[in-house]
Write a protein that binds this ligand. Structure first.
Ligand SMILES: *Cc1c(COP(=O)(O)O)cnc(C)c1O
Length: 391
């Protein structure tokens, strides 16, 4: 091979993928025989609901699901998403023009950048936030600008603080509530203020709705699209991954403004050949179900959350119990950084947690712990961390 670098320049502009580093460390420890407990990755530990699995089994056996799907998605899938949005959020979506299947929210977020950003454009990316809000714009040749989420504002962005020159160049604003990694939810008028901002500055609002169904203490999360005027300025990315323990299945949808959905479709016709139709049918069955599995999951996560929060408070960490998503976002002990504490917890307690700074500069001072391990393992992890901090 020539001396030329193998990867394209756009790859060299990317920061290292956080979970690749975490996965490598876990593998090293486990190979050395250490009993590692990983709270590092948010991947539901319990199986996909039986009714979804059974629908998939039945659909896989049908030859009419075996050919190239249309990128628009089956009508049955789009109608199931529309019915779910109506029932659950009071949001009216036209299944023919305002809904398109996505192979997961990650795919959707990454592609949204390619569909809507030109070089020189800015994407306002929640900081801390899901890493693809930052890497997606970089791959599109655009510029991610951090939108700090700080505890003083309940991890909502300070819209007034966005510099005018950034707003001039901004094309997309990313939001995500219930929020990964902070667990914050929207209780005030943030969405209304974002719609007004988007109108003033001609922004596309992209709300990542990966966790709307996973909430606690009676809190019910809204869709961004339920905000008056939202459909004029934005789209929402819905995912079945966390809601129905379907992370490996790759199912979600992009919904909302029809012109944006149309542009997204146009991009997709050039990138992939649609979502397996058996999966579309199984996804429709999940959305149409009585949602008992979701309520059970929320109870399990709430119980784990309480275990972990109690243990962390015992050792003096001022943790706010999250009202949504599947993480505890905890401040690190005095004298530690998010990286030093993560390192110490891995080396001395054999527990994997994520450094807050890996989700953006404003995550410094925090660590993220995922609730997706069985109760006894989570209790063990909490005990190990408590022992370490006390020592
Ligand atoms: C897990 C997660 C996703 C990815 O969802 P998929 O549908 O599995 O791709 C997207 N956004 C956030 C905020 C997440 O936490």
């Amino acid at each position: 091979m020539s001396t030329r670098q193998v990867g394209a320049a756009r790859l060299r502009r990317l920061p290292p993928y956080l979970f690749a580093q975490i996965e490598r460390k876990i593998a090293e420890k486990r190979a050395a025989g250490v009993d590692v407990i990983s709270l590092g990755i948010g991947d539901p530990d319990t199986p996909t609901p039986g009714l979804v699995v059974r629908e998939m089994q039945a659909q896989v056996a049908r030859p009419d699901t075996h050919q190239y799907p249309s990128n628009r998605g089956r009508a049955s899938f789009r109608e199931a998403v529309a019915a779910f949005y109506d029932r659950r959020f009071g949001v009216d979506l036209d299944p023919d023009a305002e809904i398109i299947p996505a192979m997961g929210a990650k795919e959707a977020v990454a592609n949204i950048n390619l569909a809507f950003l030109d070089p020189g454009d800015v994407a306002l990316a929640s900081d801390p936030g899901y890493p693809v809000y930052t890497t997606g714009p970089i791959l599109a040749g655009a510029e991610p600008v951090a939108l700090p989420l700080l505890p003083g504002l309940g991890f909502e962005p300070d819209l007034e603080a966005i510099p005018a020159d950034v707003l001039d160049r901004a094309r997309i604003i990313y939001l995500n509530y219930p929020n990964n990694p902070t667990g914050a939810v929207v209780e005030g008028d943030l969405f209304d203020r974002v719609v007004a901002l988007a109108r003033r500055h001609d922004l596309i609002v992209v709300h990542d709705n990966a966790y709307s169904e996973i909430t606690y203490d009676g809190y019910v999360a809204p869709s961004f699209l339920a905000t008056p005027g939202a459909k004029d300025v934005g789209i929402e990315v819905f995912s079945l991954s966390k809601t129905y323990n379907m992370t490996g299945w790759r199912s979600g949808a992009v919904v909302g403004n029809r012109d944006l959905v149309q542009a997204y479709w146009q991009l997709k016709t050039n990138l992939d050949s649609g979502m397996f139709e058996a999966l579309q049918e199984a996804s429709a069955a999940a959305l149409a179900s009585d949602q008992a599995s979701v309520r059970e999951m929320c109870e399990v996560y709430a119980r784990r959350r309480d275990t972990l929060v109690a243990a962390l408070r015992e050792i003096g960490l001022a943790v706010t119990p999250p009202k949504g998503a599947i993480y505890v976002w905890a401040p690190v002990p005095a004298g530690e950084t998010s990286a030093s504490f993560t390192e110490k917890v891995l080396e001395e307690a054999a527990v994997v947690i994520s450094p807050g700074a890996a989700y953006g500069a404003s995550g410094e001072g925090f660590v993220r712990m995922s609730l997706t391990v069985p109760d006894d393992r989570l209790a063990e992890a909490a005990e190990r961390i408590a022992r370490l901090v006390r020592a």
